[in-house]
Structures are given as C-alpha cells and as structure tokens.
Design a protein around this ligand. Structure first.
Ligand code: GCV
Length: 713
C-alpha cells in the first residue's frame, strides 16, 4: 500500500517535472555527454564507438577506458567492446605500436597527440599515455559537438609546458576571492577520505589540458609543509597523477622559522638553505613528481628575501636550488608593490624585476599578472612582458571574478584573456605579442606556462555562477594554445554544456562574447580602474580616499576633481608609459593616440574634453555606464528566449542571476555617476537614467560578510 502510494506520488512528481522540463545542476561541467538524439548522427558515432582497442596499460589507460565507457553509455547507450586491433573501429595506442610517420611523431612531444581516420577506423596516437588521454578527450569533445569523425587528421601539442590552476585556498577551507562555497580540499578528512570531486576535478582539468595545480593560497600558511599535511598532499597527488596533473604548493618564505625552529629565513644563510633542501628531499620522497613552489614574497605583508636585505633573485634561487635535484620549478610572483615606495604602483613590479633579468636560476619562472595593477576589469598588458628576454615569464590570469562581478554576474573572460595575449609588446619589433612571450617563441624560453587563479569551490556546479564554468574551460584551452580565439572556445563550451541547437549556440555565444565589454562599461569604462569597495571588492566605492594605505583607495586611481579625472601616467606624470617599448609607449603617452579603452588609465583629462565620437568626456562616461545597463537588459531578454531549450534548473538559475546583474549594473552606474557628478558639477546627459538614490545612500552601503575576504588569522 505504502509502496503504491509512494510510486503514485513519484509519478505525479515526474509528471510535474516533465511539464517543467528536466533539470541539471551543472555538476557534470562540459563533460555532460548528453544523449545523442539525431538518429543519423547517432548511427555515425556508433560506427566508431562500438568496439575499441586500447594498447596502453597503465593507470592513465584505466582512466581512458573509464571515460570512454562513461561517454559512450551516456551519449549512445552502449558500452564499447574491447576487441582486437583489426576489428576495432577506434584504436588508442602509443606510436611505437603503430606505423606513424616520423614527421608527425616529432611534433607530438610528451603531451601531444595525433587523431586520424582511415577506412572506418579512428586512431588516436601519442608518444605517451597522457597524450592518448588528451587525444581521447579531443575526440569526445568533437562527438559532443556533433562533428563527423570520418576524415579526421588532427595534430595537437600544447604550446606551453605548465598549465596550472592556482587555488587561493586556505587550510581552514576558506578560499580567498572564492565565490563558489568552500575550498574543495577537505584537509581534515584527507588522506583517508578521497572525495569523488577530486577525481571529477582531475577529469575536467585533463579534458582541457590543465596539467598542474597549486593547492594552497599564495598568502601562504607554512603548516602545509609539515609532515601531517604532506601526507594529505600526497593523497591528492596520487589521485591526480593518472590524469597528468602535478601538484605544487605555495612556500611561505618564513617557513624555516615558523615550522623549522630557525631564527632566520635569510636565503643566504646556510642553515636556511639546508632546511629547504631537506624539505624538498622529504617532499620528493613522498611525491616523486612534485611540481615545485609558487611564492608570493614581499607583497601585501608576505615575508620575503627583502626582510633580510636580499632581492627576489636571491630568494627564488635559493628555493630553486633546493628543488633542482628533483626536477622541481619555482614560480616566483612579480605582484609586488609597496605604499612606502612613492612611485606609481603600476610601475613597481617592472622597477623591481627588470634589473634582475638574467639573474634567476634556470628552474625559476616569474609569474606576472596580465596587467600592472591587479586583475582589473580591463588593464593594458603588463610592461614586463617583452622586457625580460633572459628570464622565463609566465602569465597569471584570474579566473575567479574578484573584480568582475564575483559569482553574481555573467562575464565571459576569454575576450579579456585574448585582448591581453594578442597585444603587441613590440619588444622585438612588430608581432612581438604577449602570446609569443608566454609560449616562449619570442625569447626562446625553455620554461613556459600559464597560471589561472581558480574559481572552483564546493558549490554543486563548482563555480557559483553556472556560466562561470566557461572561464575555467577557456583558461585551460588558452593555456594549451594562447592563439585560440574566444569565439571558438565559447562555441565548444556552449555545445558541450547546453547542446548543439542552433538557436542556443548562437544566442549564448553572442551573449557571452559581449559580456566582458558590458561589465567594463558599467564598472570601469574608458580606462578607469580599482573603483571597488575596500577589502571585499564587491560593488562601487570610488569615494574612498582615506585608508591607511593610499594605494588601496579608489581615489588613488581616478584622482577626480573639479578639473577632470584619470591617472596621469604620461611623461609629465608618473611616466609609466615609458616602461613600454616604442611605439606602444608613445601611443599610450599621447591622449590623441591612446586607445579610448585605456584613456583614463594613462591620462588625467578635463571633464569637457572632446572624445572621438564628438561627445565630451563627461557625456562619454555617462554613455558607457548607461550602455552597460542597457546591454545587461539585452542579455536578460536574450536568455529569456532560451527557456524552451534549456533545462529548468539551469535556465532559472541564470535568469535570477541576470536579474541581480541588472540591479548591480544600475548600482554601479548610479553610485559612480553621482560621485563623479559631485566632482564635475555637470548635469547628467539626458539619455542617462537618473540615479535612483543620492550619493549618501550609496556611500552608506556596507557588506561585512561578502564572500571571499581574506580571513583574519
Ligand atoms: C591572494 C589582490 C587580492 C588579494 C590577493 C592578491 C594577490 O590584492 O585582492 O586577495 O591575495 O591580489 O594576487 O596576491
């Protein structure tokens, strides 16, 4: 009786569910492997996935077999049958088992692959099992995208060596600038408890070519280097190894004092050097493929070599020497600035690091943020790119949206990454793009890499905002190949995440590709930057001008007064423009040639000066803020049209977030324009919707529990 009642209720629920559409919670990311409903396409894929032959036989091959089974059962309703090579429609084998011409195998390196199709058989081959895994994921991506497999000939190899996520995660599971719940690393239950999330995290990363991860925050805690925590790190490294992912840790420079009982952390002190050498030995005895250390030193209160009168090269080289016997790398961050230094914050990293070019040991890389301030909605490229020919520089992008709408706003970041990567530094004349610095071709770097500050947490959909998954995906794809374009990446991601329906692909693609420019427009148009609220960085607070450090106030960056607005970084101002190569330096230096998107980054200009459009600067500012709001409203309308095509849960979730985004865009416009009006004294242009509240209202807003703030311990 109870059973009958329960099943009746269940049927009703299913019926209601069916009326409402099915639901997905986003956990499967871009590896959804949605059932293929088009019968001819399904028949086509059945031809290739029904039987396979996999020659590799190691833990990575186990992963390949499992992924194939998962994908084929979900997309095609079959479990592929493992058979002999001659009978198989899909062959996955390293090159020594096949007859592959040397001109192809030579291009594959240790992670590349070759996919070919011949007489009804698809072959994935590589020099290594990891290459086979990457090739398998490529094949599955094409299948999810509905691409035919009959005439494939694809040669792929990554353009950078280290493609790494940086988790700003603390041992208490809080995550600095994390907006998707807690850290996924369950330190307390490690090493005994292996969460399924670790495996799915590894699958997701491997599917886009990410091959490394830094588990801990750059604002580091030395405890992670103690034996108890290293056991836990080892457990994670063991899970990730078959997926080709190496584990790195952040090294707190003062660890020898804090956990080693020494009196100093001076990099030139022999006892400090010995301590790190022993620590490296200990780590490698547990984790033989340990990647190395990421270090934030002498920045925002972190200890470093300068505490002992030494420089960054002294500090980095000491750690590098400890790691070198084991093949480890030091990634030393160039994110340094100090309020005790009177020079423009935008210049300080260049000033400190450029003179050290060539002084770093060969297993050191300098990790440079994309722009010279700090992951602002839009920054010009960092002047260090191109300026250190003798030191490998790696890129640091932020995937988590600290300054770009956190987890309430839809902002697809690939166009921003692309703008930076395609910027021409002119370091060696035309076509010396940032991408060519990063992939090592410009200066012949032996070490190359790209880091992304992760946006991953315990939220069921991993990234808080369902659409923010695209930024994790885009980072991985661009780290693999910095030349890819944002549109192609969006297309792949949308098809895997929401399906191949044309209306869905076209609408979401347009919406995503405009979203970054839209956010810049309603937050920090025309080169404005760092207008965000203190500490949490959520929402506008351009009026803040009285913190203990001037360089943490928004006022420092916009300097608006009755006369005008903007930071004068020209030769008559801070002269930051001189850190760029000609002709970039002169282009930025002259307000007439400076791209308007960077105008107020480099120039302090009168409110009434004329823009290229004929508008005054004041009118142009108002136009951008208003246009940003209008564009969010367009995004809402576009998304609404997709209701019949997208499952209820994900559609509803993005709809609600777009409503929040609209409110936040209005808030940005109103708060910034009322504040700037208090300086310019000019009337709002007619086309701008008047602010909903007065300036005092916006100034009174407080967010003491906003997510992602650095814990105080
Ligand atoms: C991890 C910014 C962020 C900090 C971050 C720092 C960094 O200042 O607000 O949370 O610290 O960048 O990149 O080190």
């Amino acid at each position: 009786m109870t059973f009958i009642l329960r099943s009746t209720i269940l049927n009703v629920l299913i019926l209601i569910g069916a009326l409402d559409g099915y639901s997905e919670n986003g956990y499967d990311l871009w590896l959804r492997y949605a059932p293929i409903t088009d019968s001819s396409l399904k028949d086509h894929y059945l031809d290739y996935f029904t039987s396979f032959h996999c020659i590799a036989d190691d833990p990575t091959a186990v992963v390949i077999r499992k992924e194939l089974a998962l994908a084929a059962s979900s997309m095609l309703g079959i479990i592929p049958n493992e058979t002999s090579r001659s009978k198989a429609s899909l062959v996955i084998a390293t090159v020594e088992n096949l007859d592959i011409p040397a001109n192809i195998t030579n291009q594959l390196g240790t992670e590349g692959y070759y996919i070919s199709a011949n007489r009804g058989q698809v072959t994935v081959t590589a020099n290594t099992s990891i290459g086979l895994l990457y090739g398998t994921y490529h094949l599955l991506r094409l299948t999810q995208m509905g691409e035919p497999l009959g005439s494939l000939s694809i040669i792929e190899a990554p353009k950078t060596k280290i493609r790494i996520l940086n988790h700003w995660d603390n041992l208490d599971r809080s995550s600095e600038r994390g907006y998707a719940g807690f850290s996924i690393w369950d330190w307390h239950r490690l090493p005994g408890y292996i969460d399924q999330r670790y495996i799915d995290y590894a699958r997701a990363n491997a599917s886009i070519g990410i091959n490394a991860t830094v588990l801990t925050n750059v604002n580091a805690n030395a405890q992670v280097l103690t034996p108890m925590y290293l056991e836990k790190v080892k457990a994670l490294a063991d899970v990730f190894r078959p997926y080709g992912i190496r584990v790195y840790l952040t090294a707190r420079f003062s660890a020898p004092i804090e956990i080693g009982g020494l009196k100093t952390a001076d990099p030139l002190a022999p006892e400090v050097q010995t301590w790190w050498q022993k620590k490296a030995e200990e780590i490698y005895s547990m984790i033989p493929d340990f990647g190395g250390f990421l270090v934030k030193a002498n920045s925002e209160g972190q200890p470093g070599p300068q505490n002992y009168g030494r420089n960054h090269a002294d500090g980095a080289n000491m750690l590098a020497d400890a790691l070198r016997p084991f093949g480890g790398t030091v990634m030393w961050r160039a994110f340094v600035y100090s309020d005790e230094e009177p020079d423009d914050r935008a210049k300080q990293a260049y000033n400190e690091f450029k003179p050290l070019d060539g002084q770093f040991h060969e297993n050191v890389m300098i990790q440079v943020k994309n722009g010279p301030i700090d992951f602002q909605p839009r920054e010009p490229f960092h002047p260090l790119f191109g300026a250190m020919p003798n030191t490998p520089l790696m890129m640091e992008f932020q995937i988590t949206q600290e300054y770009l709408g956190q987890a309430t706003q839809l902002v697809y970041l690939a166009p921003m990454y692309e703008e930076c990567l395609q910027s021409d530094t002119y370091a060696k004349g035309e076509s010396s793009t940032v991408a060519s610095v990063i992939d090592g071709t410009l200066h012949d770097y032996q070490l190359t890499g790209m880091a992304g500050v992760a946006n991953i947490g315990t939220d069921i959909n991993w990234t808080g905002h369902p659409m923010a998954q695209s930024n994790w995906y885009a980072f991985g794809r661009l780290a693999w190949n910095p030349q890819l374009d944002a549109q192609q990446i969006a297309d792949e991601w949308i098809r895997a995440t929401f399906g191949n329906e044309r209306k869905v692909v076209e609408t979401i693609s347009e919406l995503m590709l405009n979203s970054w420019e839209t956010a810049v427009s309603y937050m920090t148009p025309l080169g404005l930057h760092h207008l965000m609220g203190t500490s949490h960085h959520y929402g506008p607070a351009p009026w803040v001008d009285n913190l203990s450090r001037a360089d943490w106030t928004p006022y420092y960056y916009h300097k608006s007064n009755q006369g005008g607005i903007g930071f004068d970084r020209t030769s008559t101002g801070s002269n930051a423009t001189s850190q760029y190569f000609p002709p970039v330096a002169s282009t930025f230096n002259d307000p007439d040639s400076c791209p308007e998107k960077f105008l107020l980054w480099f120039h302090h200009l009168p409110w009434t000066c004329k823009m290229k459009s004929g508008k005054t600067l004041w009118e142009a500012l108002a136009y951008h803020y208003q246009n940003g709001v209008a564009e969010v409203r367009r995004m809402q309308a576009q998304w609404k049209q997709l209701k019949p095509y997208i499952d209820h849960e994900r559609h509803q979730s993005v709809s609600m977030l777009l409503d929040i985004q609209e409110q936040e865009a209005i808030w940005w416009k109103d708060a910034c324009m009322s504040y700037f009006q208090s300086k310019s004294g000019l009337p709002y242009p007619e086309a701008m919707e008047a602010p909903q509240h007065d300036l005092e209202y916006y100034q009174s807003l407080k967010f003491p529990f906003a997510p992602g703030i650095r814990p105080k311990w």
